[in-house]
Design a protein around this ligand. Structure first.
Ligand SMILES: CSCCC(=O)C(=O)COP(=O)(O)O
Ligand SMILES: [Mg+2]
Length: 239
């Protein structure tokens, strides 16, 4: 069945939606895990690192936690795939450098890039809203197996600049930042809580259900659902 929407922009979740959670967990997470210790010891003076470390200490309620304790907390969050902002900031720093030096190439499901090209060439604006940091998102779309895709993207949002993905206020913030009315925005995500929040903010929302993804069995509640991007026809609003 084809789902049809007429909007100004499509906003994309990454993990479970454009790309496989398995790739993130099996390739990106070990890459970050093996580099946290060096980052924490060698770059503690970097303001972005220092701010993230302070956020970790606050989150674990240990203001005096040393680098070893901070690393332990980061690894525990990794184990449970916790979408904690300081974890995502530090991962993003490590990954963006890994992508830049050619250690990493991102992953997209086969249906995604062709559909993004179709939507972009029809005049739709494309944005990303992911728990992965903006630095990680940029690196992800720059270093795809099909080359640099960032020219199709109009902006990037994460939990730092927009807020938590399961809160309607974050979607209102993105709508305000893009200047696009909520009813002209379509969000694609695998997580029902994120779809609920987008809908509560007045957005259109479609659940992406891909076999093998963590939320496949649970489903997406009462949201419209698609198995692949080519099941969604999106036209640009003329208004
Ligand atoms: C390129 S971002 C890496 C994936 C990631 O760390 C993540 O948390 C993605 O979560 P999402 O909100 O896109 O499901
Ligand atoms: Mg997701």
């Amino acid at each position: 069945m084809t789902l049809r929407y007429t909007v100004d922009a499509v906003v994309l979740d990454i993990e479970g939606t454009t790309s496989a959670t398995g790739f993130v967990v099996d390739v990106l997470y070990p890459y970050a895990r093996s580099r946290f210790a060096a980052l924490l010891s060698e770059r503690s003076g970097d303001p972005e690192v220092a701010r993230a470390v302070a956020q970790v200490r606050e989150a674990i309620g240990e203001p005096g936690a040393d680098a070893v304790r901070v690393e332990k907390a980061l690894n525990a969050w990794l184990d449970e795939d916790r979408k904690a902002t300081p974890l995502k900031t530090l991962q993003g720093l490590i990954w963006s450098e890994g992508f830049a030096r050619g250690d990493l190439v991102s992953h997209f499901y086969d249906d995604v890039v062709p559909e993004l090209r179709t939507w972009h060439s029809s005049g739709l604006r494309l944005y990303v809203y992911s728990s992965g940091s903006v630095a990680a998102q940029r690196a992800w779309f720059t270093n795809s197996p099909e080359g640099d895709l960032t020219s199709m993207l109009s902006g990037f949002y994460d939990t730092e600049n927009a807020g938590p993905k399961q809160e309607a206020e974050s979607y209102r913030r993105i709508s305000g930042s893009t200047g696009i009315e909520p009813a002209e925005l379509l969000f694609l995500s695998d997580r029902p809580g994120e779809l609920d929040a987008a809908r509560a903010a007045g957005w259109h929302a479609v659940g992406i259900r891909r076999p093998g993804e963590p939320y496949f069995e649970q489903g997406v509640g009462d949201h419209a659902a698609a198995g692949t991007f080519d099941e969604i026809t999106v036209s640009r609003s003329t208004s």
